[in-house]
Design a protein around this ligand. Structure first.
Ligand SMILES: [Zn+2]
Length: 411
């Protein structure tokens, strides 16, 4: 058998980070007419490279099944994410003095949730978004969108007209199967003197807060600042600044430039984070090898918590249908015997069933009819937003539950 190799540095991949067993594709919600059909399950196993410390999913056939046409994630359905994006646009416009002569390019621009704010300011933009239905919504917002996957080949075609002063990508770096081709493409797309910003969930937080449910098939890489610095350097790009954000349970916003751009010296924040990751063991294989035991303990805690509620005769419904919810429900084996239904504001998800567990996804208004004792918030990163929206469940004595990192009640 040929050894599995690291997606970045091609070293043999030998160490398991965590094995979550067999799982369906997280965003593959099942239409009712397929309720009686079988569905495919794929291994969900994360490995860690002993050379570059890239945590990555082991290759499986799942990649061919993802990102198909009924992809239903529309960024604009989350109000807090829209607000986050608006503030980002304000900050970048000011910091990099962007104006009508600048060019902003976003990779994985989704439904134009972010670029719309540059358009409002009269700053020229280009979105790159391979998913047809989200790209169509973006165009309605006046966001010019190229409907293709990004990599060196596309970058070379776009660069003559669209080289970017600001090249950004939020929650995409971790989701691309070929991270090398993606980063090499960014080198081609970036103007001399231009800036790259990317946001992605921070591996340090995943480990520290036991966020194993953020592992799912679409999420190929789990990234530390150290490893991303290394990957960018391989392609002639240098990270010079970083911010820590609270989004997705703890994300990084990295700032990159051409490696010979003398106008952008490395900040204290950048140096300090590299040092902290080293101190926290992110460049030591032992740290990664210990992670799986905590995941197994967490599964037992989640099941104990839910079984106790059911033994007390409580009715539990879910809120949200995010990928992380599917990882948690499938890994723990939680189905309709515990959760009656879940709900989502996204109408593209309503009327479907969660993959694997087959829990129905309904309109959030059905919570008011069902008057459950407990609403289990699956997107725990949006817990405060959901608790505000559904504050009225307390009128009938309802309570919220969410992982933080242990699953607990928020009365
Ligand atoms: Zn590697």
């Amino acid at each position: 058998m040929t050894p599995i190799r690291c997606r970045h540095c091609a070293a043999p991949l030998e160490d398991v980070f965590v094995d979550l067993g067999m799982s369906p594709i997280a965003n593959d919600n099942i239409p009712l007419e397929r309720a009686a059909a079988m569905e495919p399950f794929f291994p969900l196993r994360a490995m860690v490279c002993g050379v570059c410390f890239l945590v990555q999913l082991q290759d499986s056939e799942s990649a061919e099944r993802m990102f198909d046409d009924d992809y239903a994630y529309f960024s604009s359905y989350s109000t807090s994410w829209l607000e986050h994006s608006r503030r980002y646009v304000e900050a970048m416009t000011e910091r990099w003095a962007l104006g009508a002569d600048s060019h902003v390019v976003e990779l994985a621009s989704n439904d134009g949730y972010l670029l719309q704010y540059f358009v409002e300011r009269g700053i020229p933009v280009l979105g790159v978004e391979p998913t047809a239905n989200t790209a169509a919504v973006a165009r309605e917002k006046g966001v010019t969108t190229v409907e293709e996957f990004f990599g060196v080949a596309l970058a070379e075609r776009l660069a003559p007209e669209h080289r970017a002063d600001l090249l950004l990508g939020n929650n995409v770096l971790a989701h691309v199967p070929d991270i090398n081709d993606f980063v090499a493409g960014m080198k081609v797309m970036l103007k001399p003197g231009g800036v790259i910003t990317m946001e992605f969930p921070h591996l340090e937080k995943l480990i520290e807060l036991n966020q194993w449910d953020t592992i799912y098939h679409e999420h190929f890489s789990y990234l530390s600042y150290t490893t991303v610095t290394r990957i960018f350097a391989t392609y002639g790009l240098r990270l010079f600044d970083v911010e820590e954000l609270s989004t997705h349970g703890g994300s990084l916003r990295i700032y990159g430039c051409h490696d010979d751009d003398a106008a952008k010296p490395e900040t204290t924040a950048s140096r300090a984070l590299l040092e902290r990751e080293r101190a926290n063991g992110l460049t030591d294989l032992a740290t990664y090898r210990q992670f799986a035991a905590g995941v197994r303990a967490d599964k037992r805690q989640i099941l104990r918590f839910l079984i106790d509620l059911k033994d007390d005769g409580k009715r539990i419904v879910g809120y949200g249908a995010p990928a992380k919810g599917n990882t948690m429900l499938n890994y723990c084996g939680i189905g309709r015997d515990i959760i009656d239904f879940t709900c989502d504001r996204n109408p593209h998800k309503q009327g479907r069933l969660l993959p694997g567990t087959r829990i129905p996804i309904v309109d959030p208004e059905q919570i008011d009819e069902a008057r459950p004792d407990v609403v289990l918030i699956l997107p725990w990163n949006l817990r405060e937003e959901v608790m505000e929206q559904l504050a009225h469940i307390r009128d009938w004595g309802g309570a919220f539950a969410a992982r933080e990192p242990e699953l607990r009640l928020f009365p």
